[in-house]
Design a protein around this ligand. Structure first.
Ligand code: SAM
Length: 332
């Protein structure tokens, strides 16, 4: 189903995210061998401001750490990851070629059809990206070019605002041969996507996964990266920036304050939940040596401004363990 044009500015935010990642990679905040392949004319793209580079670095660092932790906690079990609004994200390729590569049972990316068809095409044309998917015999493109299936990596078109029982159900949970197993540990990623969706719809999404997982075996984890407190003075500036680019926000702030970040998970029946702002992550979680390395990359004239911005972005995470689970409920 083609998504309406009103969504074009929302889809365009993927381009911002990809350009920011490319920029921070070029400045050597981190390494990412795959981002250049996902950005058109990557070599011609100019760097983004230091504040964007640092924010991109911090959120990537935090989410990478949590994903790493998720693998550790899953013991030696295979795991599944579902990335909502994945856009041009490279995490699948980085994970698949990393130390946990052989533990990925499924990695599923969901986004609007315009985004998935472009990404499917890019993957097909790139030797670097397609090599990681395995033998070409096992890779299929379908649904008019908007979907790509392979043994582990799957890229599927879906409007995340639609009722999950009719949108996700048929593509992930076909009774005969479900793409997503209800018994393997499953991690949901929402990186910069929930702000565009009304809370009722995103609650329904998370709830769908929680109900799909087996009551005895299905461990569910979820990581959200999002801006929050959009009602306070600085938050209002961020909202008006987005509005000036015609990005329609749902008009309901999913996370009016810091407390509401972990609270969402607890409200939806998760066993434990935590959150950290990017400001506190930079202050408390990045080692001194690493912090020094980062601060040498680019001069920042305004640490206060940086902290103000970083204080409006947070990573939150939750885990829902089966009633009979032996797993530790505390994912911190
Ligand atoms: N997760 C990627 C990252 O962090 O680099 C991309 C983030 S980008 C800011 C937001 C993404 O969410 C875009 O790719 C957009 O198309 C997708 N998105 C927003 N609303 C969506 C919806 N209702 N259904 C599917 N995808 C959506």
């Amino acid at each position: 189903e083609p998504s309406s044009d009103a969504d074009a500015p929302v889809r365009a935010t993927d381009n911002d995210a990809a350009l920011a990642r490319l920029s921070a990679m070029k400045k050597r905040y981190f390494t990412d061998p795959y981002i250049s392949a996902l950005v058109t004319r990557a070599h011609l793209q100019s760097p983004r401001p230091p504040l964007i580079n640092i924010g991109t670095y911090l959120r990537g660092y935090g989410i990478d750490e949590l994903v790493e932790d998720w693998f550790r906690r899953a013991g030696d079990s295979k795991v599944q990851i579902v990335s909502m609004g994945a856009g041009s994200d490279t995490r699948f390729w980085r994970l698949a070629t990393g130390p946990h590569g052989n533990r990925l049972a499924k990695y599923i990316e969901l986004d609007f059809p315009d985004i998935t068809s472009r990404k499917a095409m890019t993957i097909r044309k790139s030797q670097l990206l397609s090599a990681v998917l395995g033998s070409p015999d096992n890779v299929a493109i379908g649904s008019g070019g908007t979907a790509l299936w392979s043994p582990v990596y799957n890229l599927l078109p879906v409007d995340l605002r639609s009722p999950p029982s009719t949108s996700l159900g048929p593509i992930l949970a076909a009774p005969s041969d479900p793409l997503l197993s209800p018994t393997l540990p499953t991690l949901l990623l929402f990186e910069c996507v929930l702000a565009y969706i009304v809370p009722a719809s995103s609650d329904a999404l998370i709830q769908w996964f929680a109900e799909y997982m087996s009551p005895e075996k299905g461990v569910l984890g979820s990581i959200v990266y999002e801006m929050f407190a959009l009602g306070d003075p600085f938050g209002r500036v961020m909202v008006s920036n987005l509005k000036s680019r015609n990005v329609s926000l749902p008009g309901v702030d999913p996370y009016p304050d810091f407390r509401s970040l972990p609270h969402r998970f607890l409200r939806l029946g998760f066993t434990a939940a935590h959150a950290v702002t990017l400001r506190d992550m930079r202050r408390e979680f990045i080692g001194n040596e690493e912090l020094e390395r980062i601060s040498r990359i680019e001069m920042l004239d305004e640490v206060e401004e940086l902290e103000l911005v970083l204080n409006h972005y947070a990573i939150s995470w939750g885990v829902k363990i089966p009633v009979s689970g032996t797993e530790s409920a505390d994912w911190s």
